[in-house]
Design a protein around this ligand. Sequence first.
Ligand code: SAM
Length: 210
Amino acid sequence: MRMIGHHIYDRFLCPALDKACSQEPVMEQRARLVPQAEGVVLEPGIGTGLNLSLFDPGKVKTVIGIDPSETFLHVARERAQDAPVPVELTQGTAERLPLEDNSVDTVLLTYTGCTIPALASALAEFRRVLKPSGRLLLCEHGRAPELLVRGMQTVLNPFWKLFAGGCNLNRDIARELEKAGFSIEHMENFYLMPRPKFATWHYFGAARPA
Ligand SMILES: C[S@@+](CC[C@H](N)C(=O)[O-])C[C@H]1O[C@@H](n2cnc3c(N)ncnc32)[C@H](O)[C@@H]1O
């Protein structure tokens, strides 16, 4: 029954999320980040595969996309057919990756660190599967610097989470990375759009296993 509930929820959520996550300013950030990926790439929470057309075939060997939602994966499979790189898609969660230790060159995390329920466990998994020379590339939204915006994030979070597929507004992504043993190589923080401020404070950058 719970599975059917999830499926129906995803059927409504999928087109809305795909639209929100493919707005022009969002796609511009993807276009800056995704071509940096190289080697064996893991994309946890690949969703509908909005990054797939942006990989550099000269740098990427294969993309392994993992997502718990079969509805999202269905759309990603269609996009994978036109991708410039080989793509493997698997149903699963970031907290329990079906991958060997030290087997991945790049973890690409876009707009998913907000949603993964047990983020600390997922980050530990990313460290486990990343080669010591590997990198985690990220473009996420999260906890804003201003007190007023942060207050709104705290108040709105329970409702937002309910209607936005489990997305949290108030995660401090940089802090979570450091707590999980990543060292931040570079990090840009900015409001992607003027409004709504509570949902557009961005973390864009790269981290390595410390
Ligand atoms: C806002 S969407 C982002 C999708 C995609 N990364 C993008 O950039 O468009 C969040 C994604 O996280 C996925 N997700 C939720 N829980 C997850 C988990 N435990 N492990 C991995 N992905 C998860 C959702 O199914 C959804 O596809």
